[in-house]
Design a protein around this ligand. Sequence first.
Ligand code: GTP
Ligand code: MG
Length: 153
Amino acid sequence: MNNITFVMIKPDAVEKNAVYAIMRYFYDNGISVCCFDVQQATSERVTLHYGEHFERLGQDFANRMLELFVGKTVIPIVLTGEEGIIAKVRGIVGVTEPVKAAKGTIRGDLGDGDSFERSERENRVLRNLIHASDTPEAVAREAHIWLPGYPIQ
Ligand code: GTP
Ligand code: MG
């Protein structure tokens, strides 16, 4: 369990054809794919995944998140590598806002400098390309939502 993590390529990344470019960051760091799926996100799965954020950030945020995701293509992936992969992958992905993410990270290089400020102005959620789990519990919970057939204890 210490050597796997979960990520999900979000619809904004699929739409801008960045899937191959994103996956290169993982392969170049010795991280490989255990399991993945290409699927259309449902409101049930998005709500299960982001439920806590919906409570914290309110109905408008929930609606915008559903707008970004529902019916759009997402690619949930279980990745494997060395111990510590959860933090390592979060580092490779970069911080939440692309405008603040370091160069050399996925969000910093490919995220078009998006910010909470710009997304608020445009009445949409942030476009940050990819989600990465932050704890072993989140890996199990999120993989179970998006890849329910995949066995994770
Ligand atoms: P994920 O990998 O998507 O989980 O991003 P993260 O772990 O870097 O960020 P976090 O889990 O805190 O937030 C999840 C998502 O909620 C982000 O990708 C944003 O789209 C959104 N979000 C989080 N915090 C805020 C906030 O303060 N304001 C707004 N507008 N959106 C937020
Ligand atoms: Mg998160």
